[in-house]
Design a protein around this ligand. Structure first.
Ligand code: ADP
Ligand code: 5GP
Length: 240
């Protein structure tokens, strides 16, 4: 049986990498697609581990040769998912997780509508600023201009939350990790069509609570804190 394609997106600094690495340490059978990017490595990042780091020329060659499933320009750099990542996971029947931005998520969803999309929401702008600052500090000198640009971009990305099937508010880390795990397990159960036991019923409850359609009331104050009108139909936003 073909694996499930999971797509996770979030404004920079929301805690997506933290959640994904917790998921990877606790749930097996899921591959992580290593994207290509033209940005420079940060901190302890290594070529081929976090990203395949490449030049603009090489990226454009790959793009023109149709080697990307999706690609986007984010913060002035190219990022893209190689088609090969998906082909390999599909051939092996394994689940695949893409950590990509909103523009990329929309491109993939158009090609693969059954992809399971997850949006990670920071609890409010103040917390996001603190997390971005902490992360920058841990990686070297804080670049204030980049920090400000990422904060400005966050609201624009959050406006697209309605395009995703599940919304995770990354407030208390353990809870957000449990929610992410529950989503993965529930989507697997649905695919397998296996009957639910006691544990999986609980996971279903958790995952259902994160469905976008069930999250609207809970998200209202968060959206307002980012200056987004929660009454606005999120489907009117489309980046592509
Ligand atoms: P992203 O991948 O979304 O850019 P990171 O995973 O690098 O974000 O997290 C940004 C910073 O926030 C890191 O310093 C991380 O340790 C911290 N962080 C992530 N999730 C939480 C959380 N739930 N509570 C407190 N700090 C968090
Ligand atoms: P960062 O530079 O902080 O690692 O990532 C910046 C943004 O680029 C994040 O939103 C991340 O999800 C996104 N990103 C990483 N890889 C890809 C990719 O292959 N395609 C797209 N569209 N976005 C990506």
């Amino acid at each position: 049986m073909a694996g499930i394609l999971f797509i996770i997106s979030a404004p920079s600094g929301s805690g997506k990498s933290t959640l994904v690495s917790a998921l990877r340490s606790q749930v097996g059978g899921i591959d992580f697609s290593i994207s290509w990017t033209t940005r420079l490595p940060r901190g302890s990042e290594e070529n081929g581990r976090e990203y395949h780091f490449t030049t603009r020329e090489e990226f454009e060659r790959m793009r023109d040769a149709g080697e990307f499933l999706e690609f986007a320009e984010v913060f002035g750099n190219y990022y893209g998912t190689a088609r090969r990542s998906l082909e390999e996971a599909t051939a092996a029947g394994r689940d695949l997780l893409l950590d990509i931005d909103v523009q990329g998520a929309l491109q993939v969803r158009e090609k693969i509508p059954e992809a399971v999309t997850i949006f990670v929401m920071p609890p409010n702008p103040k917390v996001l600023r603190t997390r971005l600052r902490n992360r920058s500090r841990a990686e070297g000198p804080v670049d204030e201009a980049i920090l400000q640009r990422r904060l400005n971009e966050a609201s624009k990305e959050i406006e697209n939350y309605g395009q995703y099937r599940y919304i995770l508010v990354n407030d208390v880390l353990d809870r957000a990790v449990a929610q992410l795990e529950a989503i993965v397990q529930v989507e697997r159960m649905k695919q397998d069509g296996k009957p639910l036991d006691k544990r999986t019923k609980r996971e279903l409850e958790i995952a259902e609570g994160c469905r976008e359609v069930n999250s609207r009331e809970r998200l209202k104050p968060i959206l307002e804190s980012f200056g987004i009108d929660p009454g606005t139909d999120p489907w009117q936003y489309k980046l592509l």
